[in-house]
Design a protein around this ligand. Structure first.
Ligand code: FAD
Length: 836
């Protein structure tokens, strides 16, 4: 065993071995993998081997697409079969809502480059003659999809890695991990290894591995079952006749997948009541472990399957597999740097690990070796969860996440398990005013406000998925169901319209306490921030700047509002969901000198946004500070009294109206909230929610991370020209790379599109954009602008199609709509309203 290497990978499942392979493939030959038992003795050995390309996320979709192509290439490279059968995959739809999901998804597929065919029920019957097509509305097919032999795949990856110089130590357990100045000391039961990097790929053991280094990794497995049948005479006969395999069949509305296996069938089920297992990790001697099958739990799904494919009920059950499948609170894996630790990487929490292993290993190797991935990994970044995602939360959320694998993934869906968890003090007041809450990073945030007495009409409630049913929001405390999820214009559309128009004509209040907040202070603070951000950092006390952190390659990593509060003191605000990510990045890039101090103050300050033409008059009633236009300018901040409380008030907002962000001590929130509501009565102040804010930010072409801005797009592709200050005296991260990228030529340009002829469904983001039938870009956000009464898309298109006036087409739920490139900020393009 080597005692000094560049990197140690922990875990010899498909994910670990793929990571090892990709590190070696990128040129690191001095890398090793340590496996406590035999390769594939964890979850990998009992996986059903499906490779579903279907994924609603643009970035995860890219990882899966890479895997499917790479596995075929691996076979050629190593000469070892991976048992890949490209039999295609059909997903059935029994409801119109489900068809909408597929229509929406096809935009992701097209922009990622995954082939998706739409099938009629009759075409389903032609491909799957044993399938009863009664009650089907339609289906989609992935012709390039199929299944693989997980053990063969892992063996081929291991051969490939060894051929490139990597080593694998089986029957070797990692028992301790110790951080060293230049890396890590990995202690195994066979000896010690010093290394620069450790990559944890320990599957169901993730929490145990995490505990060795003080990480509470939000991975807890859930039991997952599939049934293998005896051979069926008709399937055998089809084989004999030389007919093709019928492919993978998924009846999403009934929560199962089915495929042929050795002349019989495999039926895998995602039932609503599967429990978590190995909550504190498996036993030390656990190997290739299965749990007792529990067919009772699966009964309704088995019945649904027999209705659909009667052959399943005509043969005996050969074996029931019930294995642990790693889960995370949102169902996506955890791939990237561990928070708070140097050179410690996570490739954990894979529930579709056979599918994702290739792509995750590929991008993680790039991240480790080059310092950045090339695909935007925000959707799988370990830092998307915060400290709130601890054992109890993760248990509840992971079971919820499992039971929702096949439910319809509506864009406005909210999942209720483990909520409310983090609430701002004004939560109860907002609730009393009708707030319908959404959940972000553990926080409750008001999405919209429901008028008293309103509920979804009774005929709208019952048309959900056949067995899974998530087409409506959970009931409010008084039993009313107020939200029907949809890919089309939702039932709350008119209420959000009212909120936007009220903010435009009068004044509204929005709780944004979930914002991430940090303080940077010390004599080195100004220079350090100037190096971290591409913009000019405010030099005058009281000034506020909108600032962007670039990636090493010139993409956009994060966006902050920076407010200079003192000579050497800055208050930084960023998106609520980015707290751990941004904090980790700041900490890891802070010089060791003691002339810079960093503090996380998220939960010390609440934020109330007051916006609308009457916002100044309202706030002025509460303070003796002069809020006049010239005394309190746009992009500045003041520390003022609000009644008897004190708060930092910033003249910025995300809705494009005259407005103020009141950053106050959290314990004074209810006092301040009550003052605002009382003083605002004469101006008819009303609360508004995140959905209204989102509509208004579209009208202002305000970008969001990781949508319009991400590490995949150069900052200038995202249209940040006026923010990137190449002329500032200080150098900044990503500057040279961005200049080089510009010289090479950009592939994309940011556009705002007005979409014509939309009556029932606006874009949401991820829709394909065409010019003359040719794919030329993708929507990153979409929705309706109530103030300008236009359907809008923000997106990235090939630069030659970005000129104002260019006519393009946006495909929304299968229908192509004419769309015109319009000037940025179609609402109040000169920013006169917010500078009032
Ligand atoms: C019944 C079932 C069916 C499934 N079907 C599919 C499917 O069809 N398609 C799909 O994509 N996915 C499927 N999955 C999921 C898939 O099996 C997993 O996502 C995947 O195998 C995870 O691989 P891994 O390498 O992360 O974990 P594992 O395969 O569990 O490997 C982790 C390894 O780490 C080792 N290890 C842990 N701690 C240490 C330590 N301290 N020292 C050394 N070694 C250590 C373990 O021994 C283990 O071998 C299925 C899962 C189940 C349970």
């Amino acid at each position: 065993m080597k005692s000094q290497v560049k990197a140690v990978v922990i875990g010899g499942g498909v994910v670990g071995v793929s990571t090892l392979y990709h590190l070696a493939k990128k040129g690191w030959d001095n890398v090793v993998l340590v496996e406590r038992k035999e390769l594939t003795s964890g979850s990998t050995w009992h996986a059903a081997g499906l490779l579903p390309l279907f994924n609603m996320s643009y970035s995860v979709g890219k990882l899966h697409q890479y895997s499917v192509a790479f596995y075929q290439e691996l076979e050629r490279e190593t000469g070892l079969s991976v048992g890949f059968k490209q039999v295609s995959n059909i997903r059935l739809a029994c409801t119109e809502d489900r068809m909408d999901e597929y229509r929406y998804y096809s935009g992701v597929g097209k922009t990622v480059g995954v082939k998706v065919n739409f099938l009629t029920p009759q075409q389903v019957g032609d491909i799957w003659p044993m399938c009863n097509t009664d009650g089907l509305v339609g289906a989609i097919q992935h012709p390039e999809d199929g299944y693989i032999q997980p053990n063969d795949l892992t063996t081929a990856l291991a051969r490939g890695a060894r051929n490139l110089g990597a080593e694998i130590y089986r029957q070797t357990r990692v028992i301790a991990l110790e951080s060293r100045r230049e890396g890590w000391l990995v202690t195994t039961d066979k000896g010690e290894i010093e290394c620069e990097h450790v990559i944890s790929c320990s599957g169901n053991f993730a929490r145990k591995t995490g505990a060795m280094v003080g990480l509470d990794i939000p991975v807890i497995p859930v039991e997952h079952q599939y049934i293998v049948t005896e051979p069926h005479p008709e399937i055998l006969a089809r084989k004999e006749r030389g007919e093709p395999e019928q492919g993978v069949l998924r009846e999403s509305d009934a929560g199962y997948y089915l495929r042929e296996e050795a002349g019989g069938l495999i039926l895998g089920i995602y039932e609503p009541s599967a429990p978590c297992c190995y909550v504190d990790g498996p036993d030390e001697d656990c190997e290739s472990e299965l749990f007792q099958g529990d067919l009772e739990r699966l009964e309704p799904h088995i019945e649904a399957c027999i209705n659909r494919v009667p052959a399943f009920g005509e043969v005996g059950i050969k074996q029931v597999y019930n294995g642990a499948i790693a889960y995370t609170p949102d169902g996506n894996p955890i791939v990237g740097p561990a928070w708070g630790l140097k050179n410690f990487w996570l490739n954990e929490g894979h529930s579709f690990g056979i599918t994702a292993a290739g792509g995750a290993g590929w991008q993680l190797a790039q991240w480790i070796i080059d310092g950045e991935p090339t695909v935007d990994m925000m959707g799988v970044d370990p830092r998307r969860f915060g400290p709130y995602a601890a054992r109890g939360y993760v248990r509840r959320k992971n079971e919820e996440s499992y039971r929702n694998v096949f439910t319809n993934h509506f864009p406005d869906e909210e999942r209720a398990a483990a909520t409310p968890l983090k609430t701002a003090p004004c939560y109860d007041r907002l609730k009393a005013l009708g707030a319908v809450f959404g959940h972000l990073y553990g926080w409750e945030r008001p999405n919209w406000f429901c008028p008293a007495g309103y509920e979804v009409p009774a005929d709208g409630v019952g048309s959900g998925d056949v067995l899974l049913g998530n087409n409506v929001s959970p009931p409010l405390d008084d039993g009313r169901i107020v939200e029907k999820y949809s890919f089309r214009r939702p039932n709350y559309f008119p209420f959000v319209s009212t909120e936007c128009l009220h903010v435009q004509s009068k004044v509204g209040v929005l709780d944004m306490s979930a914002f991430s907040k940090f303080i940077v202070s010390g004599s080195g603070a100004q220079d350090w921030l100037a190096w971290l951000f591409c913009n000019r950092i405010p030099k005058t006390v009281g000034r506020v700047g909108l600032c962007h952190m670039l990636s090493k390659n010139g993409g956009v990593r994060a966006e902050f509002t920076i407010y200079k509060t003192g000579k050497n003191r800055f208050y930084l605000v960023s998106a609520g969901a980015m707290e751990r990510h941004d904090w980790d990045y700041l900490c890891k890039n802070k010089p060791t000198s003691d002339c810079i101090n960093l503090e996380k103050v998220t939960t010390q300050y609440g934020v109330l946004v007051i916006a609308g033409p009457q916002s100044r008059a309202l706030l002025q009633k509460l303070t003796d500070a002069d809020l006049g236009k010239d005394q309190f300018k746009w992009l500045s901040g003041k520390f003022i009294n609000i009644g008897v409380a004190q708060a930092h008030v910033l003249r910025v907002n995300f809705v494009g109206e005259l407005g103020f962000e009141v950053h106050h001590p959290i314990e004074m929130q209810n006092y301040i909230f009550d003052q605002i509501m009382a003083a605002g009565a004469e101006f008819e102040v009303k609360p508004f929610g995140i959905r209204a804010m989102n509509s208004m930010r579209l009208e202002k072409s305000y970008r969001l991370i990781p949508r319009e801005m991400s590490i995949e797009y150069a900052a200038l592709e995202s249209g940040l020209d006026r923010f990137v200050r190449f002329d500032k005296e200080e150098d900044f991260i990503g500057k040279q790379a961005l200049i080089d990228w510009q010289k090479r030529g950009f592939q994309n340009a940011f556009v705002t599109l007005e979409v014509h002829g939309v009556t029932i469904a606006d874009a949401h983001g991820s829709e394909a954009i065409y010019k003359d039938q040719k794919l030329v870009g993708r929507a990153t956000s979409g929705g309706y602008g109530f103030r300008i009464k236009k359907s809008l898309v923000l997106g990235l298109v090939q630069p030659e199609f970005a000129k104002t006036g260019t006519e393009l087409e946006v495909e929304i739920l299968g229908a192509k709509h004419l769309a015109t490139v319009v000037e940025e900020s179609p609402y109040d393009p000169k920013n006169e309203r917010l500078r009032m």
